[in-house]
Design a protein. Sequence first.
Length: 523
Amino acid sequence: MRVHRSISKACAALILSGAAMLAVNAPAAGIGDFTGQSDVGSVVPPGTARYDAGRQVYTLTAAGANTWYHVDDFHFLWRRAAGDVALTAAVSFPQPTYDHAPNPHRKGLLMIRQSLDSGSAYVDAAPHGSGLTALQYRRERGANSADIELNIDLPRTVRLEKRGDTFTMYLSMHGEPLHPVGASVQLHLREPFYVGLGAVSHDVDTTDTVEFAGVSLQTLPPVRARGRIVRYSTLQTIQIEDQFRRSMMIRTSAGYFTSANWAPGGKSIYLYDRGRIERIPYLTPEAGGEPQAVDTAGLTDCAGDFGLSPDGQWLAVSCTMRHGAPHVVFLLPVAGSGSPRQVTTGAASSYFHAWSPDSRTIAFTRGHDLAADIYTIAIGGGEERRLTRDTVNDDPSYTPDGQWIYFDSSRSGSTQLWRMRPDGSAAEQLTDDDHVNTSPQIAPDGRTLVFVSYPPGRQAGMGPAALKVMAAGDGLIRTVVDFQGDRGSLGSYAWGDNNHVAFVSYRDLPPDDDATHIRRTNQ
């Protein structure tokens, strides 16, 4: 199943109005509502753009190597703009006239960028000739590009919105109303910036043609003026390497889901979605299949604290036997048969967090917002071992060799990352900065720690966050991606392999019934 079948269709086309100024210069002859065209980087022979008023189609022809890494080589039809804007178009690739197969990564671009320099910061919505569609971006001049990709059929219509520092891609696959697809990024551009259409053949020796029909360039009002929002949740996987920062969109929907757990073997990812646990097949090429509800065998009030054992035999869940009872940890056979086995007991609730590498022990937490501690227990039951006894300690995670448990703790005065031996001894602090650092997890090879970091002063709940990694060898920390998140963004085990992590991001968007229309051109 292709990923667009799991994309929410709840949001209609957002064709909004506003007072931000779009034009700086009067439109030039022959290029419709745009004011200039340029080759950005190296394009030989020079690219061209023309507008057919009768067909209401913009046609761009260009060679060029790519829009990726730290420089771009493409042809750009543009105008300068300020404020919040939206650019919409139907992108198509006419039958080539040359005598070889086109490069599958040739692109038609809806782009907003800081300047016409080849290494400029930018965001674009980029349908590829192969059908793959991506939201690409470069955060600052000369940095490497990154993207959020969807392995789908070529959409009929694409839209790129800028609202403040938030850029969001919308698609219409077959003519249904435009809807968000989970591809969104935060990036700051100074005003004025450039907005327009681009084309690149991805082959320096070939000139390709891209057509843009139904082009609409609009200004947007502030979201606050409307007052209402819809929250969207998006499951993504992302590569942690700096040189190849690619994120794949697996699932998005209106509402709130949490706890991205990548199953052993990498064939599926589990989520907690509004009271139930779901398994999402992880397809090749990278995409998400139809969510499948996990049978919790009559357990109720299940929380988003769950995880699969490394041997693939058990699913640990945090549920109750009846409504209102304390949460306890149960084991369910992954194969789907058999009764749940209760592991923890007691009058206070307990919540699963981690499996030991040998699948024989679980780590869980018990407590509340002001005082919580970490415990372990054998899966066969028996005596609980309490590992911590101060402040708030949470999110335990074993190293692959079983020698350490990583966790977050507020014992130093702020929430930072720590580690301790499996018996609770030899606790040592790993981070010490002004950020709130939580949810540490170690890669399968033990070399990299991933965690979620929040800026200073951020309140509890959804807000600005960063996915960061720390090298186990030298402690060097770097940011993988900035996003809107909370403690539910990572599950109990988010690693698919040594280079890929699954996480959940969030975005608040205007509801579709708030859309109005003032200015729409060339439709």
